[in-house]
Design a protein. Sequence first.
Length: 243
Amino acid sequence: MKTIFKNTKKTYRRKLLATSVAAVCSMIFTTSVSQASDIEIYQQAKSGQITLLFMIDVSGSMDEKDGGSTTRLSRVKTAMTDLLSGNVSKKIDKIGDDKIIGLSTLGALKWGSVNNSSSSTGAIIVPARALGDKVDGEKTQRQILLEQVDKLTATTATPTGKSYLEGISYMLGNYVSSASEKYSRPETWTKISNTSYQYNSPTSLTQTNEVQKCSGQGLYMLTDGEPNGGGCRPNVSANSIGL
């Protein structure tokens, strides 16, 4: 019984990852989609804007190969590249320059002068901007996303709850959790006192009520397994949603 449960669990994790990757690659934003998709609703945003924050699992299990030669994280990277750059052989068109996309991680990786990864929180890596926007007059948002996705490594635990709340807090422009202050990039937040920081909500979400009704917003988590690490306390949850 124990062996059967273990094999079933592994198969479930593999299928879950495959489902997540398929969701990314199913021609999300094209007008010619004929099959139903869980994010097809965003095609209906005509007068508003589409704002999505992708959250990629960087836990150690994403380094597993499931009996093949390619890691789970590598497959997610390929899916994101297909989404952002297009893939003729797979009949995937790249999404348009007007779509507003950001990047975050489930778990927080070391970067710059931060020498350690964190298994207790998530991080906002690239603020959500239109893919065609030039950032600082140089690279486009699309190029920045491709570069940052390629840099991801699988080294943390799976703090699903805390990472998800961090993403919500960013989208709503609420407080940065103390655990994420050194991991979320400085361009994603503003220091409002000596001890607190507030996320800069994507400008596409600071809209009138009428425009918001026609806009699509979402946080898409690409993960391979069950949560572990980074439990969510009630006060953290409340801060994330602005209570």
